[in-house]
Design a binder for this molecule. Sequence first.
Ligand code: F6P
Length: 319
Amino acid sequence: MKRIGILTSGGDAPGMNAAVRAVTKTAIHHGLGVVGIRYGFAGLVAGDFVTLTAENIDHMINAGGTFLYSARYPEFAQKEVQEKGVEQLKKHDIDTVIVIGGDGSYHGALALTRLGINSIGLPGTIDNDIPYTEYTIGLDTACNTAMQAIDRIRDTASSHHRVFVVNVMGRDCGDIAMRVGLASGADAIVVPERQFDIKEIAERLKRGFKDGKDNGIIILAEGVMNAADFRTELLKYGDFDCRANIIGHMQRGGSPTVLDRINATKMGNYAVKLLLDGKGGLAVGMENGQLETHDILDLFDEKHASEESLIDINEEMTK
Ligand code: F6P
């Protein structure tokens, strides 16, 4: 093993840079070279490579976004395109690859492994929607950012005795909503994983106001519906002064939290060790706080298991 290629793919997530830094520093420690592949799999095929050194990854532990850039590149599903990528890697003496991204990106890592380039997938997405892991790089920062935004929304909601329906990101997964909802003391958390009864939520809000509350907060996962549509439905069951809010892409930006920096660093370090052991075609995950691996192939038939007990706790306290 001589040189590791590393790329970020799909939506960016805070902590991706910290993972790239950890890979680079660990690899250098073991006498290996590291090459950053810019713009994900598109850059791999185009040969858009940059040598990573201790100097150019300096300060990357706290940088938001991904300095390697990212791109969605569905063309990489084609065998001829994958082979072009492998040619580029060989031309640059790169014999292993680490892919940081969502589970869509893992298809590329598996394809490379099958073509003789051992590759490891690291879970990099704010959505926490990857099977066999309780944590993805960026989740914690995104949740903190959303929570802080909701704390501010509650201030104005209280001043005006309003209800706010707040959309948080997560694609089809409710994990961000579950965490942020519980952490911000929401009156209701609405996620794709659970049925909901909008009439009952309206009754809950009315009861809250009657009992002396001065605001109502509903955290709505974007995978359920748009906050504006939810508001329209809600108003059929109560005469609330209600506003809809979408926090949006600010959840993807910003300097990573302590947890994201530490986990990204552990995962980057672990990925290099897996490659040193001659492993490939593996996805790194976390269970009960411990790093572990699964065959990438196994992920494709599996669904991510959300921590739905967070909803149960919230329901017990608000219903
Ligand atoms: O996968 C990360 C994510 O931010 C999702 O939460 C969201 O649904 C989607 O990406 C937004 O994608 P885009 O940046 O293409 O608008």
